[in-house]
Design a protein around this ligand. Structure first.
Ligand code: CO
Length: 303
């Protein structure tokens, strides 16, 4: 057993996307190798309609997968291939853009006017960048939840965890995407295979991610709910926690418990050429994508 060190904890940064949606970006558009195979993570939780209602009108994607997880409110989705649908609270859409789609994503608030959710971008390897587009729309009720004796609850969205398999499959990076709740004061260890790159994103309460393998100089000794753990800091709402190499992570929930996403995947380790919602391996492929958009050949006929 080796504990994954905490490489960094950082707050998601406020930014604006789409037609004027306020969101918090945990990572993206900086160093694409940092969390390879993941490129970007946006937290679009908003409690005021004017901060999200303009949505994300028609835009292209190529070479990546986008994973949308709705917690409250709904997102109406439509694309150039004739696919459309609505994601409600608890639902997940795993979209493999592959060779290309043009789509729009339009949010609607819940009864209180709130819209809560996340979007993750996963990279595709060169062999799959031009694969046929594919959607996996998953209802919240289809997502298995495992509940431990200590009250820990884990929704298994993708991958295998504690004997349950998430409903999304066929993804290149073999990701694991978990929605975890750990009750107040409970300390919990989660296995994550060594070959994976891993991060957590805290979105309710707070947690201390144990960090025993850091050099002593950067450790802080803190008392968390009566038990001493080596931590850098407590991670609160909207904190990205990046893990180093190892085969498990340990977390201790703060006084209100902690809810966080725990996401990992196999690095692709290829060159990245990135232009907005299009992510390829080379600059020539980006130029080709832009030309395809300009001359109307971006959408490839179904094979
Ligand atoms: Co999009």
């Amino acid at each position: 057993m080796s504990l994954r060190p905490v490489l960094s904890q950082s707050p998601a940064q406020p930014t604006m996307e789409g037609a004027g949606v306020k969101l918090h970006r945990a990572f993206g558009f900086t160093d694409p190798t940092m969390l390879d195979p993941f490129l970007l993570f946006d937290d679009f939780r908003n409690d005021r309609e004017e901060d999200f209602i303009k949505g994300f009108p028609w835009h292209p994607h190529r070479g990546i997968e986008t994973i949308t997880y709705v917690l409250s409110g709904s997102v109406e989705h439509g694309d150039s291939l004739g696919n459309h649908g609505t994601l409600g609270a608890g639902d997940v859409q795993w979209m493999t853009a592959g060779s290309g789609i043009l789509h729009q994503e339009m949010p609607t608030g819940n009864a209180q006017g709130q819209m809560h959710g996340f979007q993750l971008w996963g990279n595709l390897p060169s062999s799959l960048k031009m694969t046929a587009p594919r959607y996996q729309d998953v209802k919240g009720t289809e997502i298995p939840e495992v509940i431990d004796d200590d009250g820990t609850r884990v929704k298994v969205i993708v991958g295998e965890f504690w004997g349950k398999n998430g409903p999304v499959d066929g993804i290149a990076a073999n990701p694991q995407y978990l929605d975890v709740f750990v009750p107040a004061g409970v300390k919990k260890t989660f296995k994550i295979d060594t070959y994976r790159r891993a991060f957590a994103y805290v979105f309710e309460g707070s947690a201390a991610f144990a960090d025993a393998s850091q050099p002593a100089g950067v450790l802080l000794e803190k008392e968390v709910m009566g038990e001493e753990v080596n931590i850098r800091d407590m991670s609160g709402d909207r904190t990205l926690v990046r893990f180093g190499t190892g085969d498990e992570v340990t977390v201790q929930a703060g006084p209100e418990g902690a809810r966080f996403l725990l996401i990992s995947g196999a690095p692709i380790d290829e060159p990245v050429a990135w232009h907005g919602p299009i992510v390829m391996n080379t600059r020539d492929e980006l130029i080709q994508a832009v030309q395809d958009l300009q001359n109307g050949t971006f959408i490839k006929p179904a094979h």
